[in-house]
Design a protein around this ligand. Sequence first.
Ligand code: PLP
Length: 374
Amino acid sequence: MGRPATVTINLDALRHNYQIAQQLSSINKAGIMAVVKADAYSHGATACATALADIASGFAVACIEEALELRVAGIRQPILLLEGFFEPTELDKIDQYRLDTVIHHQYQLDALAAHPLDHPVRVWLKMDSGMGRVGFAPGEYRRAWEQLNSLPGVKDIVLMSHFACADEANSEHTQQQLTTFNTHTSDLPGQRSLCNSAAVVTLPEARSDWNRPGLLLYGVSPFGQPHNIEQMIQPVMELSSAIISIKTIPAGSSVGYGSQWTAQQPTRIGVVAIGYADGYPRHAINGTPVLINGHRAPLVGRVSMDMLTVDLTDLPHVQIGDRAVLWGADLSISEVAQMANTIPYQLLCNLNRVPVHYQGALMTDFADLGQALV
Ligand SMILES: *Cc1c(COP(=O)(O)O)cnc(C)c1O
């Protein structure tokens, strides 16, 4: 019992989505680096990686702490550090735990050159082909590759870049990035890796040896506009809670902080035990849908830290204790994100405080694993 707010993770849906990503990537029998950074977009990195362990080619994370969590949980596939290391001392761990590392800057290359390794490492050499964030400039890429290639501690070099606008249809910028990357790597040997979720779906010409989908695996469309991919993937997460109070207020009464919403008529107000401390967006506007017993009720008034309020006037049968779904299979997180003027990535990453429950075929294994770690 206790507070009813719950995140439910459907690991079968995760596996389904992985297989969709794989089908989309299958042109070159490509590998998939399942992106599980930020605790698998709050889906639980260990649980997700374990659920994918028999099918995934590898996993990608943002930092060494995230990588070690997976190694400690028994993940044996390649694990890629998407930003490489932040300090040279991390190279010991990269060596010990056999991690793949991105090299995106000369300071990392110099540190690697100066650091003896027991096991040669696979390096993902990142080009800034137009994202404008990290990576070697196209004109410096070949020299970086040559320097890396001369290091005895380097086993393979994967040629890598990242798109800025892959979620936009027919983006000229994306085509330019692709041309830049291809031009400056055309005579370099080695595997290639370009695609995030959006590119996996819409840019067949960019799919290559390794693709790097994240959001898609969690069953969420990477596109701001409706897209057919939504019919192929299954949302992995459901965020739910329950109605903890119902009362009818007279016309003219207001609801919530700032008294920002006022009833125009007698209104049945339901209170749901979820708020922005849980990661539900405070900026969700009036009218944002909440599913109560499967029926949509509009959010009214400001979202509080631990509660939010919905108009149940049109749902007279709803009672205290009834379930409220904030997002999930029947209410897409993308719709809620739009109502809150943000993106599903941020809603997922902001989740907090809500206990996570797992469903799916592999849960017995994972339960054993969890106990072993306690
Ligand atoms: C996060 C990340 C991805 C995954 O992005 P999605 O849009 O979630 O598919 C891929 N590549 C890099 C370098 C990333 O940082």
